[in-house]
Design a protein around this ligand. Structure first.
Ligand code: HEM
Length: 254
């Protein structure tokens, strides 16, 4: 760890002895989104995940949506990299996901993958929101970066292992999204990230807006998961109906 990282980490390691939520952004954002996190964990898609029942089709559509979302998030982070509310949490080398998603999409869809990426409505709404705040309120980007990247470095690490097992993937092929080669210790990195979040200077009004945006960020993720699940169940029902019809056609009539 570089010395400046060590210093940041030590500062953020200071615990609130009363156990109450302090005034640090990292503590407040976690408390503000606690219920939304529970709701996100309990979406059908995430429940399938936790039961080890993720299918290849589910994973492929999820990758498509994540690609659209991270493209918007990282475009806006890059564009606003020197904004004082973005610079402290700008870690493109450690966190960027776009290239890893491109590798995974190519693995599953082949070299023509760009033509096959589908973007359902809820995913489009999420990426539009990201692009809008990147243009109009870059100080809110921290809410989205926190929601995705700290999630990827937390429960996301377990989801990566479940994906590999559920899909019977033997190597890391198709799983780049879950791997952060620039982050040697996710826990230490999360501490550094929290301390950087806490160093952003925000007025009380801006801080309240960031907390509200983080709740929205979780809700946008929940809508993406629900939308994907709905799309997949319609596709499965249609395929089943086709199967029923074609088997009825070959059944001898009584
Ligand atoms: C943190 C599990 C889904 C965002 C965590 C932690 C766990 C976890 C164990 C660490 C808690 C801690 O260190 O105190 C899961 C599981 C999920 C899931 C099992 C689904 C199967 C999500 C989703 C999002 C998300 C869908 C957002 C899109 C976060 C964030 C944190 C986090 C931002 C960091 C909290 C903080 O330390 O401030 N998750 N998670 N998680 N998760 Fe999830």
């Amino acid at each position: 760890m570089k010395p400046f990282e060590q210093m940041d980490t030590m500062k953020s390691a200071r615990k609130n002895e009363t156990g109450e939520v302090g005034s640090d952004l990292s503590e407040q954002i976690k408390a503000a989104t606690k219920d939304n996190h529970v709701r996100a964990e309990n979406t059908q898609l995430m429940l399938s995940y936790q039961k080890g029942e993720i299918t290849l089709v589910q994973y492929k559509v999820l990758l498509c949506s994540l690609y659209e979302i991270y493209r918007a998030l990282e475009d806006e982070m890059d564009r606003n990299a020197s904004d004082p509310a973005v610079a402290p949490i700008y870690f493109p080398q450690e966190l960027s996901r776009v290239e890893s998603l491109e590798r995974d999409l190519e693995h599953f869809f082949g070299s023509e993958w760009r033509k096959r990426v589908i973007v359902p409505a809820a995913t489009q709404r999420y990426s539009q929101r990201l692009r809008q705040i990147g243009r109009e309120n870059p100080e809110l980007l921290v809410a989205h970066a926190y929601t995705r990247y700290l999630g990827d470095l937390s429960g996301g690490q377990v989801l990566g292992k479940i994906t590999q097992k559920s899909l019977g993937l033997s190597s890391k092929e198709g799983l780049s999204f879950f791997h952060f080669p620039g982050v040697s210790s996710p826990n230490r990195f999360k501490q550094l990230y929290r301390s950087r979040m806490n160093s952003i200077e925000l007025t009380e009004k801006e801080k309240a807006a960031v907390l509200e945006e983080a709740v929205q960020a979780f809700e946008l993720n929940i809508q993406v998961f629900d939308d994907l699940q709905k799309m997949l169940s319609v596709a499965t029902e249609t395929a089943d109906q086709h199967k029923d019809r074609s088997s009825a056609a070959v059944l001898p009539s009584s």
